[in-house]
Design a protein around this ligand. Sequence first.
Ligand code: AMP
Ligand code: TRP
Length: 345
Amino acid sequence: MAAKELVFSGVQPTGNLHLGNYLGAIVNFVRLQHTHTCIYCVVDMHAITVWQDPAELTRNIREVTAAFIAAGIDPKKHVVFNQSQVAEHAELAWVFNCVARLGWLNRMTQFKEKAGKDRENASVGLYAYPNLMAADILVYRATHVPVGEDQKQHLELARDIAQKFNNDFSDSIRAHGLAEKFFPLPEPLITGPATRVMSLRDGSKKMSKSDPSDYSRINLTDDADAIAQKIRKAKTDPEPLPGEEKGLAGRPEAENLVGIYAALSGRTKADVLREFGGGQFSQFKATLVDLAVDKLGPIGAEMKKLTQDAAYVDAVLADGADRARVIAAETMNAVKDIVGFIRKR
Ligand code: AMP
Ligand code: TRP
């Protein structure tokens, strides 16, 4: 029998949650609640791989939690918590530091991008980050991981780690009477018309929390005026919209806006182009503004309300952590047995 399906994903509390996070990840988190048991984690330990101001980090942890809830994640039916409250993530990450190979991590493009030219000065945590991400997923033996396109390579690494652990310890896994595939190979779920939302200023750059220009992204906390201004100013090209998807080739800004429209309205790009093909951007943008304000406005408003109630948010995280820890501890105990550590029984 196949392992029971379990969904896990994480978002870093590093400020400026934006439309890319929402359409690439959070919308899918919400959808999967109807078919799966889901664990959604605010990955604060990942955040500190790059320096974070402590007070701001605390605020950002609450803000991501608020975004989850405001977007429609039910923290009673599913599990919502922050990573640092469940110590097993760090424990399993250490074991994975000893399973993953330097050669594997050396291939990670996100590290190369984030470390930039001054690699000597990057934190060791930034380099080992994908091992912690694998631990996040596998400490729950999760099978499905909804993420944006940029996380695909990290998911492949998580699969490699799971497989190598299962192989390296196969005798011990069997000797302890555990299932041969102790860790499942987690599958990425990269779905929807907006798995890679691009900057509104430059269609060749990913929409990102760290872009210095706030006009490059729509933040989940932007009000209607800000959303309207940013969409109106978004870069486009002089041609009218094409009638078919293949007409978007070589037109990254057009493709991005059509993808955003499709994702926000729950339609396909082809369908959107059937309606708007041949029209001017000005008109399309005006409709997109209405749609975006309609969908994002209530989420931003709810986020603001929730972040004012820190006690409520913190209670959600504590409760989620308590429930997460039960599953994580079970996996970690088995890992200790498999590796040959002695533990209190
Ligand atoms: P992060 O903010 O890096 O923790 O990302 C949280 C989630 O949002 C991950 O699943 C990312 O893949 C996704 N994500 C981040 N930026 C984008 C983007 N521009 N387009 C689509 N998905 C994104
Ligand atoms: N690395 C992911 C990002 O930057 C966040 C993350 C950490 C994550 N652990 C995870 C995503 C586990 C999915 C599963 O977006």
